[in-house]
Design a protein around this ligand. Structure first.
Ligand code: ADP
Ligand code: MG
Length: 600
């Protein structure tokens, strides 16, 4: 057997090994250099890229600069001005802290740094060949720093081989830069690509770092959905959340515009993404995505930023706290914006007398909600939700003012087709096709959410219903007794199952075995349900609603149809069922006419 010798590696090899983790490609260099410029309080940062960063990456800033006497040290391993002890990591708010970026970059490329310190009269330039071979001389420069990195991996052919084309590397650089552009509206960024200025983002006046300003976001993403984005805000238990989330009507199969920042650090955390989507659960169809930019600020001691070589991930000490804060922030933003907009849209007409549909059984007026769908060619959820764009778009609201509020107009006809849809013809030349099951589900869902309403309509069963359940299920049902009781379901726990004594009126005759089975299916392990009842609450309500509702295939009396219509327009979110399917499809006479190519 060959003799094993243990070698202590020389520092330059150690650096190169570390570089493999920190510096993966030109984009990683850009990230580290921009981080440094930001840590130096710069308000102007220019990024120059040549040949996808393979030939040159140069980042210059107007930050505080580096004192002349420290210049020789910035490229030394583990040299940082940002922390001096382990405890400092717990209060860390700077982007860098390991003091390894410049030292690893210099080990894989040719670097040159010029800096003028804010309190110094002259600038200094350091040309770095290796730890033992560098030179420093005086130079001329305004306050701030410029770092040039040339010929990346020129000394490591094996790594250079793995770089992609210049265009791909450039795209990866942009991927790295976009998040900075988004949350530093206070910084003027320019990108010069192969000698051409390709991005020039002036600072937004009076804006602060670590905020998202629509103007800046719009400038960068150039997407239509930006103007419809909703603001989020949350502050509690050591977590602060702000940012923008997509309007529900802007859901899509995939979204490339999902950004998460934790204490200004762009990171990726699938738990956060899931939490955002749970916030949208009743607003968008299952499996769809939405664009969002979330800024999470959390006490530095509640996270560990030191878990990823390129700091692209972090660890939450209590992930659940962060996730539930995110979910709550999203829900709050959605519910307040949507209901505010719907209410503000209601304008009582002075000339019209309250019509049948605008009066409930007691004859009291209630606020009606316009459900107007712009596109009628397709029944997809996306199209149906387009109406809410209209609702949010004030100009279009004014434009449509003349034909506002169908519910102010009484209907001429209401009837059922295929035992599945309710068709309503309004006097203002509008037609609604209502999916009776989706509508009824939505109504029951919102009623269940308001437990007072449900309690008042609780009904005792003449003959209690006994249903058998497994031991594990009984344990869960026992734990959930209070929860169900609040919803109007009362049952006794028995040896082999439960005995249902009373239910909300809608559920008399429901298939309870199926209902509970579907609730159990909401969780992989049913014992998880009672532990997570707050999180699962809406899922459970949606599942229950499905069972207490008018089904598809059920024939309806005229009164039942009117009742569904009237209750639906009272709903906070009348346009889709709790699973996100559309409930109403609105057609204008003009849409029908144009389909027949009629011009009169
Ligand atoms: P870290 O950012 O983890 O401290 P770096 O290797 O990235 O480590 O940088 C080393 C040090 O060089 C920093 O701590 C900082 O003092 C200084 N430095 C680097 N870039 C800049 C810059 N653009 N402006 C001012 N100081 C800088
Ligand atoms: Mg750094």
């Amino acid at each position: 057997m060959e003799k094993i010798t243990l070698n202590t590696l020389p520092q330059d090899i150690v650096n190169q090994i570390a570089a493999g983790e920190v510096v993966e490609r030109p984009a990683s260099v850009v990230k580290e250099l921009v981080d440094n410029s930001i840590d130096a309080n710069s308000t102007k940062i220019q990024i120059k890229i040549e040949n996808g960063g393979i030939d040159l990456i140069e980042v210059s800033d107007n930050g505080v600069g580096i004192p002349q006497e420290s210049l020789d040290r910035v490229f030394m391993p583990h040299t940082t001005s940002k922390i001096s002890s382990l405890e400092d990591l717990n209060t860390l708010l700077t982007m860098g802290f390991r003091g390894e970026a410049l030292s690893t970059i210099q080990s894989v490329a040719n670097v040159n740094l010029i800096s003028k310190y804010i309190d110094s009269d002259v600038a200094g330039e350091i040309v770095f060949k290796s730890i033992n071979d560098f030179s420093i001389k005086k130079a001329a420069r305004e306050t701030g720093t410029v770092v040039s990195v040339k010929n990346i991996f020129g000394n490591i052919p094996a790594r250079k081989k793995f770089l992609k084309t210049a265009q791909t590397e450039y795209k990866k650089i942009l991927d790295v830069l976009y998040p900075y552009f988004l949350i530093y509206p206070n910084i003027h960024f320019t990108v010069v690509k192969d000698s051409k200025t390709v991005i020039d983002l002036k600072e937004i006046k009076d804006s602060k770092e670590n905020t998202v300003v629509k103007e800046r976001v719009d400038e960068i993403l150039k997407e239509d959905f930006v103007k419809r984005m909703l603001k989020v805000f949350y502050d509690g238990s050591g977590v602060k959340i702000s940012g923008l989330i997509g309007h529900p009507s802007d859901h899509q199969k995939r979204s490339n515009h999902q950004y998460i920042f934790v204490n200004r650090r762009p990171i990726w955390d699938s738990g956060i993404v899931r939490a955002v989507l749970s916030g949208y659960e009743r607003y968008i169809p299952h499996g769809e995505r939405v664009p969002f930019l979330l800024l999470i600020d959390i006490r530095p001691d509640l996270i560990d930023v030191n878990v990823h070589p390129r700091k692209e991930e972090i660890r939450f000490l209590n992930p659940f706290r962060a996730y539930s804060a995110v979910e709550e922030a999203v829900k709050k933003a959605l519910s307040t914006t949507m209901s505010y907009k719907l209410e503000s849209e209601y304008k009582p007409s002075t000339t019209q007398t309250p019509s049948l549909v605008n009066t409930d059984f007691q004859g009291k007026r209630y606020k009606s909600k316009d459900i107007s769908f712009k596109q009628t060619q397709s029944g997809s959820v996306r199209d149906s939700l387009l109406f809410s764009k209209e609702v949010l778009d004030d100009t279009s609201y004014i434009k449509n003012d003349s034909q506002q509020d169908d519910v102010n107009t009484s209907f001429r006809n209401i009837f059922q087709i295929f035992n599945k849809y309710i068709v309503i013809e309004f006097e203002n030349e509008t037609l609604w096709i209502v999916d009776q099951h989706a509508a009824a589900e939505r109504i029951t869902f919102e009623k269940l959410k308001d437990s007072k309403a449900i309690k008042s309509e609780q009904q005792n069963l003449l003959v209690p219903i006994s249903i058998k359940f497994s031991e594990k299920e009984i344990v869960v049902l026992d734990e959930l007794k209070g929860f169900f009781n609040d919803l109007g379901f009362e049952y006794l726990i028995q040896k082999e199952g439960i005995e249902i004594l009373s239910t909300p009126v809608e559920f008399v005759g429901a298939d309870f075995r199926k209902l509970f089975d579907e609730i159990f299916e909401l969780s992989e392990d049913i014992s998880y349900i009672s532990k997570n009842i707050d999180r699962l609450r809406e899922d459970i309500l949606a599942t229950i609603s499905c069972h207490g509702s008018v089904r598809s295939g059920q024939s309806l009396h005229r009164e039942e149809m009117i009742d569904i219509y009237k209750k639906l327009i009272k709903c906070e979110n009348p346009y889709s069922c709790p699973h996100g399917r559309p409930a109403v499809w609105k057609l204008r006479l003009s849409d029908i006419d144009s389909n027949f190519e009629r011009t009169y």
